[in-house]
Design a binder for this molecule. Structure first.
Ligand code: IMP
Ligand code: MG
Length: 183
């Protein structure tokens, strides 16, 4: 594999995650929140963000995967891909979301498909509020009109890894966010 190029350093991530946590703390002052992490990519972001939120909070996790039509990371890198709108739930939330302040925590907002499906699914729980916190956003890739309520960094259309994000399940443990170069 060719060399990875750093796009966002660990220091920049820490600073921005601190700001996002402060904003959430302010917006929900005096209330409790449920942070719902989208497995597996959001695990590291959730653990850092949660420690920057000074509110009563609980965690939950939801698992999703695309049906077989999503290409391998290599194909994705070479040609990009078009989503067909099918997302499969692999793990549902454990607790009731009814009348709760729910914040879905996601690594990256790309086509918008995953979060559109998750939003619909979680709305069925009748939460009091439902917000989206995404560390990264690739607005140029959007296929469905969806915006994050709390967005860390808008990035260009590059395939990135690190800080939870993977390439074929690897590189999630990198501390910086790096670009995988297109060959
Ligand atoms: P969406 O449904 O197209 O918005 O896709 C969101 C999901 O695609 C993310 O949760 C990631 O798992 C994956 N994804 C999108 N872009 C990247 C990337 O650049 N690197 C790693 N995973 C990505
Ligand atoms: Mg993901």
């Amino acid at each position: 594999m060719t060399e990875l190029k750093v796009l966002i350093t660990r220091q920049e991530i820490a600073k921005r995650v601190g700001e996002m946590g402060a904003q959430i703390t302010k917006d929900f002052a005096g209330q409790a929140v449920i942070l719902v992490g989208v497995l597996k990519g959001a695990a590291i972001f959730l653990s850092d963000l949660a420690r920057q939120i000074d509110l009563d909070s609980t965690f939950d996790f939801i698992g999703v995967s695309s049906y077989g039509n999503r290409p391998s990371p290599t194909q994705e890198l070479q040609s990009g891909w078009d989503s067909t709108g099918e997302v499969k739930l692999t793990k549902d939330v454990d607790q009731s979301m009814k009348d709760k302040n729910v914040i879905v925590v996601e690594d990256i907002l790309d086509t918008g498909l995953t979060l559109t499906v998750l939003k619909k699914l979680l709305m069925a729980h009748q939460p009091r509020t439902l917000k989206i916190a995404a560390l990264l956003d690739k607005p140029s890739r959007r296929k469905l009109p969806l915006e994050g309520d709390y967005v860390g960094f808008k990035i260009p259309d590059e395939f990135v890894v690190g800080y939870g994000l993977d390439y074929a399940e690897k590189y999630r443990n990198l501390a910086d966010i790096c670009i995988v170069p297109r060959e």
